[in-house]
Structures are given as structure tokens and as C-alpha cells.
Design a binder for this molecule. Structure first.
Ligand SMILES: NC(=O)C1=CN([C@@H]2O[C@H](COP(=O)(O)OP(=O)(O)OC[C@H]3O[C@@H](n4cnc5c(N)ncnc54)[C@H](OP(=O)(O)O)[C@@H]3O)[C@@H](O)[C@H]2O)[C@@H](O)CC1
Ligand SMILES: [K+]
Length: 527
């Protein structure tokens, strides 16, 4: 899994590379610019040469602008024609950045493909008359400061960002942001007004937390990480990691050839409800079937009396028991993981059931997945002390459920989902999976895993129940509930992708049916 850093963590890593390893700022910047140029070249068919390609590189006065000068030089070396736009006067440049500009200026004697413009005003007419294939945004990187009360950019940065977005909107040019789109806060993902809208972001050394929150996902485009010789040991211990296919593959434990069903993960689900007025058995069916499809060896569901036939017709693999505590406790002792909550309802009786379950040692000591109506009961009955003393549990709220649990507004949760998930997991001493796009999985120790697989395909009723069943299966098969939640979130997203080419048509049953293919792919791509 790749580390995901805040701006502060990135600057500590930069500093460690320069001061401890004595790597040197010029060397880092050269690698940053060269890697970016290489990745830009990769966008074109004949990536060895950029003959006939025209690029505009818009440079700020900090080191992000310095990276821009290096990119411009390497694009020239590959045969491109390059226009460089200095957003601030040359007098504002210093050190390695000024040096970078001086080298470029020396190029002008030999390379007619290079033009350098001092300021937006000087550049505007020429830029308007030129057809670019690439626009490189090197105005701001991690050094941008945004006033959250007044996120408006001042001149000349405003006009420079507007110019980049204008060219992006009115031409075929690819906008490539160096490190991050200018105007985006690397840590929070909040953006200034205006902010560069990139097609591709080449970020230096490590992903940034801002890419996954607020405006980040919509402004970065495709994200590539440039290896610039800042080794991973400089950022350890890492507090945030991006879940990837390799992690999902490692986490998916295959059945031992000599094993039996009881050795391959036994899941108990206390889910579903039905009374005279209505039924939420669908949630129970989806969660149970998802556990089966994710490879659990044995799945048992506690359902209200008289509902076994429905489960048997939808999921004949699932054993059904009643809703009485004696049967539940007996099966809890047998189970490796227990899923509680999907569709049990919000009645007093359902809340009482959740409270009793969490107070029962045979249950509290197991790996637990607490979802949906179990979360409602925890909030209504203030069961946080109980939750804190659970052995190995994960709560799986979406932002609305998280708001009910925490008392925070949905807006505040969505403004800083990583910090919120981490804070609540620490406060409640439990793993917390905050559902969304992406999904954040925080542990009480402060580690946050990010899963950004999947699309809006998952935004339909019942997909949360499918996820709970999947987490239950992976936990039962041997993972702790934090890892199980992260691997299940990744596979769930992938199953959503595979379910249909048209994301708007995907239902939770489609996701369920695509789980085996998502698992299969893990091993096909390993071969
Ligand atoms: N360190 C390294 O070794 C390496 C770093 N690398 C690169 O450096 C980047 C970070 O560079 P950085 O720290 O110089 O900041 P950067 O993003 O260029 O911008 C800061 C400039 O903008 C200004 N400014 C800020 N806010 C503003 C506002 N609201 N409105 C207007 N102006 C504002 C601020 O000026 P000030 O206002 O402080 O005078 C300052 O001049 C990083 O993202 C990566 O690309 C790579 O080369 C690898 C090696
Ligand atoms: K940038």
C-alpha cells in the first residue's frame, strides 16, 4: 500500500532527504521535473520524441515553479516547442528556481522552439493564438496557503489559473498539474477560487491526503506518482495508506487444500426483521449471500421466526437459526466473526437486542461488524462504553449514520473525513469504516486506510449490506476487522465496477454476483 501524506509530512520528508541524506534540493527538483516530462511524453503515442508537440508551462515563484522550469527544459530536450509563462516578475525568483530560469534562458540561444513571457499580460495574445497539446501547471504546490474564510486567489495567480482553465476548456490540450493542481490544499483537499482543473497530476514522491477529500477527487484527474529519490523509510511510521489490489490479494486467504468447511471462516449474521407492517429481510439475504460469495466456509443467519424459507430460496448455503438469545449465543461461540445490524429495524425490541448482544461476553469477544440499525441502537442507547470494550470490532457508518453517532454535522464530517474517522476511532476505541467515495477505514491506533476503488455504481440500496457480509467473511477467514474492512471495501468497489458497464444500472444483487470475479481477478493479475 502506498503512503498518503499531509503537506506537513511531505515537507518533513523533503527536509529529511535534504538534511539527513544530503540529497540536495537541485537533485530532487531535477528528478521531479524530469519524471514529470517523462510522464507527459507517455501520454503521446511516440513517447521517445515530442516533435510537433507544443506545450505551455505556467510557473509560479516557489519551488513548484522551479519544477516547471525543469519540465520545460526536458520537454525541449524531447523535441517539443515550449512557451514558458512567468506569473510573477523574475525579481521574485531566488535560489534554485532562479538558477532553473537562467538555464532556460541560455537555451534560447540554441533553441528557437522556446519562448519566455514575463507576465500574463505579455503572454495573453500569443497564448490565445497558439494551439497547445500540453499545459503544465506549475503555479503552486504544497506551499500554497488558503484562507478558509476567504478562499479567493489574488492577482496575478487568479488570472494565471483562469488562463490554464480557459485553455483546458477550449482546446484539446491536456492539463498536467505538477505535484497538485494549483489552488488545491494538499492536506485538506479544499480549493481556492479559482483552482486548476487538471487532467493529470504528477505528484512528487507520495500521494497527498488532499487528493481523496473535498475537491481533490474532482480536480486532480489521473494521478501519477513520480519517484524522486525520497525513500519510504523517511516517512515511516505512516499514518495513512492507500489500499490497492496487491493488499486485497494478500488479504484474501485461499482455502487450504486439506481444509474443511469449519476451517474456512464461520460467519454468524444477526440481521433482518419482519413484522406485520413490513420486512427488511432483503438486507439479511444480501449480507448472508455476500458472505458466501466472498468465500466463507460456513454461514449462519439468525432470523425472526418463520423466515427461514425466504433465506433458503435465495441462499441455500446458509443455515438459519431463530432470534432467541440461547440459539444466538450457541452459534456465537462457534462463529469466527459476527455481523450485526443490517435490516434489524429501529424498534425498542431491536435496540434491546443490540444492547444485549454487545453485553454478552461470547459475542463481545468475537470479531464484530456493526452496521446500519446496530449503529442506530448504539447512538440511541449511548452504547459507546460497550463499543470501546469490544475485542475486535468495526463500525461501518455512512456520513449520515456517522453524524447520528458523533453529533457532528454531515458537512463537518465531509470537510475532513480522514481526521474525523481517525478521531472517532480513537475516541471510541474501535475500527471505523466511513463509507463514501472514497471509503476511509480508521483504527484506534490512528492508522487510516483509504479505499478508492469503485464508482457511483455502489450508490444503490443494499450495497452496504453486501459490504457487511464481505467484511464478515474476510474477518472470519482470518483477518483482523480493520484489515478485513479495508480489503472488503476494495473488493466491493471492484465488484461494483465489474457488475455492469453502465454504473447507473448496478443493483446490490449485481454487486453480489460480481464478487467472485473481483476475487478471481486478484489472482489472475498476480500470474
Ligand atoms: N522542497 C523540495 O525539496 C522539493 C519541492 N518540490 C516542489 O516544491 C513545491 C513546494 O514548493 P514551495 O514550498 O516553494 O511552495 P510552492 O507550492 O511553490 O508555492 C509557494 C509560493 O507561492 C506563494 N503563495 C503561497 N500561497 C499564496 C497565495 N494564497 N497567493 C499568492 N501566493 C501564494 C508563496 O509566496 P509568499 O506569499 O510566501 O511570498 C511562495 O512563493 C512542491 O509542491 C513541489 O512541487 C519538488 O521540486 C521536489 C523537491
Ligand atoms: K501545481
Amino acid at each position: 500500500m502506498n503512503p498518503v501524506l499531509t503537506a506537513r509530512e511531505m515537507s518533513l520528508a523533503d527536509r529529511a532527504a535534504i538534511e539527513e541524506l544530503r540529497t540536495g534540493e537541485t537533485r530532487l527538483m531535477e528528478l521531479a521535473g524530469r519524471e514529470t516530462a517523462r510522464m507527459i511524453a507517455g501520454r503521446f503515442e511516440h513517447s521517445k520524441s515530442l516533435d510537433g508537440v507544443s506545450a505551455l508551462v505556467v510557473c509560479g515563484k516557489g519551488n513548484n515553479g522551479g519544477d516547471g522550469f525543469v519540465v520545460a527544459r526536458h520537454l525541449l530536450n524531447r523535441g517539443a516547442r515550449v512557451d514558458v509563462l512567468l506569473v510573477w516578475p523574475e525579481d521574485d525568483l531566488a535560489g534554485v528556481n532562479l538558477e532553473g530560469l537562467h538555464i532556460l534562458k541560455a537555451y534560447r540561444r540554441y533553441n528557437e522552439g522556446l519562448r519566455i513571457f514575463a507576465g500574463i499580460y505579455e503572454a495573453r495574445t500569443t497564448v490565445g493564438a497558439t494551439e497547445y497539446q500540453v499545459v503544465v501547471d506549475a503555479i503552486f504546490g504544497t506551499g500554497l496557503r488558503i484562507d478558509t474564510e476567504d478562499p479567493e486567489l489574488r492577482e496575478p495567480a487568479r488570472s494565471a489559473v483562469e488562463l490554464i482553465n480557459f485553455v483546458n476548456a477550449h482546446s484539446e490540450a491536456v492539463t498536467v498539474a505538477i505535484d497538485l493542481p494549483s489552488g488545491l490544499d494538499a492536506t485538506s483537499g479544499r480549493s481556492s477560487e479559482p483552482c486548476v482543473n487538471a487532467d493529470m497530476t504528477v505528484t512528487m514522491a507520495f500521494l497527498k491526503t488532499g487528493f481523496f477529500q473535498n475537491s481533490g477527487p474532482s480536480l486532480c484527474g489521473e494521478i501519477q506518482t513520480a519517484e524522486i529519490s525520497i525513500p519510504e523509510f523517511l516517512v515511516e511510521p505512516t499514518s495513512c495508506l492507500l489500499v490497492d489490489e496487491a493488499f486485497a490479494a494478500e488479504s484474501y486467504l485461499l482455502r487450504d487444500p486439506s481444509s474443511a468447511k469449519h476451517l474456512n471462516g464461520k460467519v454468524l449474521l444477526v440481521t433482518g426483521s419482519a413484522d406485520g407492517g413490513g420486512s427488511m429481510l432483503g438486507a439479511a439475504l444480501l449480507a448472508a449471500r455476500a458472505a458466501v460469495k466472498t468465500g466463507a466456509g460456513y454461514v449462519c443467519a439468525s432470523l425472526p421466526d418463520g423466515q427461514a424459507a425466504v433465506m433458503h430460496s435465495f441462499a441455500p448455503e446458509v443455515v438459519v437459526i431463530g432470534r432467541d438469545m440461547i440459539s444466538i449465543i450457541e452459534k456465537a461461540k462457534w462463529a469466527d466473526a459476527i455481523v450485526i445490524g443490517c435490516g434489524i429495524g429501529r424498534s425498542d425490541e431491536a435496540q434491546e437486542l443490540v444492547e444485549t448482544l454487545l453485553c454478552t461476553p461470547e459475542i463481545a469477544g468475537k470479531k464484530l461488524v456493526l452496521d446500519a440499525d446496530a449503529l442506530y441502537a448504539i447512538a440511541e442507547r449511548d452504547l459507546f462504553d460497550r463499543v470501546s470494550s469490544l475485542e475486535d470490532a468495526v463500525l461501518t457508518p455512512h456520513a449520515g449514520e456517522c453524524s447520528r453517532l458523533s453529533g457532528l454535522s454531515v458537512e463537518d464530517i465531509m470537510l475532513s473525513p480522514i481526521d474525523t474517522a481517525r478521531m472517532l476511532a480513537e475516541e471510541w476505541n474501535v475500527n471505523l469504516l466511513l463509507k463514501g467515495m472514497p471509503t476511509f477505514i480508521a483504527s484506534p491506533s490512528g492508522m487510516v486506510l483509504i479505499s478508492n476503488s469503485g464508482t457511483e455504481a455502489l450508490a444503490s440500496a443494499g450495497t452496504g449490506d453486501v459490504l457487511s457480509g464481505m467484511i464478515g467473511a474476510l474477518a472470519a477467514k482470518g483477518l483482523d476487522s480493520h484489515e478485513a474492512a479495508a480489503a472488503a471495501a476494495w473488493l466491493h468497489g471492484r465488484a461494483g465496477d465489474l457488475a455492469s458497464n453502465v454504473s447507473s444500472l448496478v443493483s446490490s444483487v449485481d454487486v453480489l454476483q460480481a464478487i467472485p470475479q473481483a476475487v478471481l481477478e486478484l489472482f489472475e493479475s498476480e500470474e
